[in-house]
Ligand binder design. Structure first.
Ligand code: TXA
Ligand code: MG
Length: 310
């Protein structure tokens, strides 16, 4: 406990000096910096090699803090009450008097925000008097990190500090819902979209796969393991890593289990680390078993579909 306190102190110090650090969240690790400082957020773009037109998600501790920067409505309030803090991000209108760096929003008047539930990061957000811009802590287009070691693998010693919060519980990024105009989901993620439809009592927000998405970060190039990925595989070929969600009777050194009991939550949590392990082990090709397209399986399928595109 004491160690956590001293680490939060360190994190606070770096962030207050406009430095960029990694923070744990329940979805994936984030590369965080003061969202009110141009200097701080510029560091995020440089470190991540992120295109400047790709806006960042801003992380808040409380509704009170958020209201300083964003307009909210009844739909937002309902969703906030049901899912926050937790793995959901909202695209909202920025207030004119907001202090959010224009670099974060690429000069637009909308902003993506969220309230992470990881206890360490909540403690940190409570302590500082600014919100944190934090995209996933990986080099642009690569796989999001779900542990301190993954962040080290991405950035080596180029990061001043990583707040270690263990492995991310959910393992996939937050669901993003755009609440400007008709609510619609921009990215499937940690919260099952069906639960969202229920709360706002709407069938209109259905996520449309074929929709022309303007958000750069939802492009097909994202979440790439850097080697070919074959979907819906029934068996693996020689030297091909095989990702499974159900236990197989036979043993094969190339089998990698997301879960042995078809448990989708467990599979989501393990997906990115299994992809990393396979790459580290030097495989040149991956096959993956069919993943049921229900609950968080939808988000898993979204990510592996993008990862399979060349
Ligand atoms: O779970 C998460 O959301 C993680 C953790 C660290 O919070 N963050 C994350 O950030 O996944 P990032 O930057 O890797 O993905 C955010 C996505 C990007 O695709 C970005 O284009 C989109 O959100 N985005 C950010 N601001 C937006 C806005 N104003 N309107 C629409 N999309 C936006
Ligand atoms: Mg990302």
């Amino acid at each position: 406990m004491k160690k956590n306190d001293s680490n939060i102190k360190k994190a606070t110090k770096y962030l207050s000096n406009n430095e960029c650090i990694a923070i744990p969240t329940e979805t994936v690790y984030g590369l965080a910096a003061n969202a009110y400082s141009n200097k701080a957020v510029t560091r995020i773009y440089k470190l991540k090699k992120r295109p400047r037109n790709n806006p960042l998600i801003v992380h808040y501790y409380s509704l009170k803090d958020l209201k300083k920067d964003c307009e909210i409505d009844i739909t937002f309030k309902r969703l906030f009450k049901s899912f926050c803090p937790g793995p959901i991000s909202f695209v909202l209108k920025l207030k004119k008097k907001s202090k959010i760096s224009k670099i974060i929003t690429n000069n637009s008047n909308s902003i993506a925000v969220r309230f992470p539930s990881h206890p360490l990061t909540r403690k940190l957000l409570k302590k500082i008097n600014f919100p944190l811009a934090a995209p996933s802590a990986n080099i642009s287009t690569s796989i999001s990190p779900v542990s301190k070691q993954d962040v080290v693998d991405e950035f080596g010693n180029r990061l001043k500090f990583i707040l270690d919060g263990g492995s991310s519980k959910i393992g996939l990024e937050s669901t993003i819902i755009n609440l400007i105009g008709k609510p619609h989901i921009l990215r499937l993620g940690g919260i099952n979209s069906k639960l969202i439809y229920k709360i706002i009592n709407s069938s209109e927000i259905k996520y449309k796969k074929k929709i022309k998405i303007k958000v750069p970060g939802t492009s097909k190039l994202h979440y790439s393991p850097g080697i070919p990925l074959r979907l819906n595989a029934k068996k693996n070929f020689l030297n091909e890593a095989f990702i499974l969600i159900n236990k197989r009777r036979d043993f094969n050194k190339n089998y990698f289990y997301l879960s042995k009991t078809n448990n989708l939550k467990e599979a989501a949590k393990n997906l990115y680390s299994v992809l990393r392990t396979i790459k580290k082990n030097g495989y040149k090709k991956i096959a993956i078993e069919k993943i049921p397209n229900i609950s968080i399986g939808e988000a898993i399928n979204d990510r592996i579909l993008r990862a399979s595109k060349k």
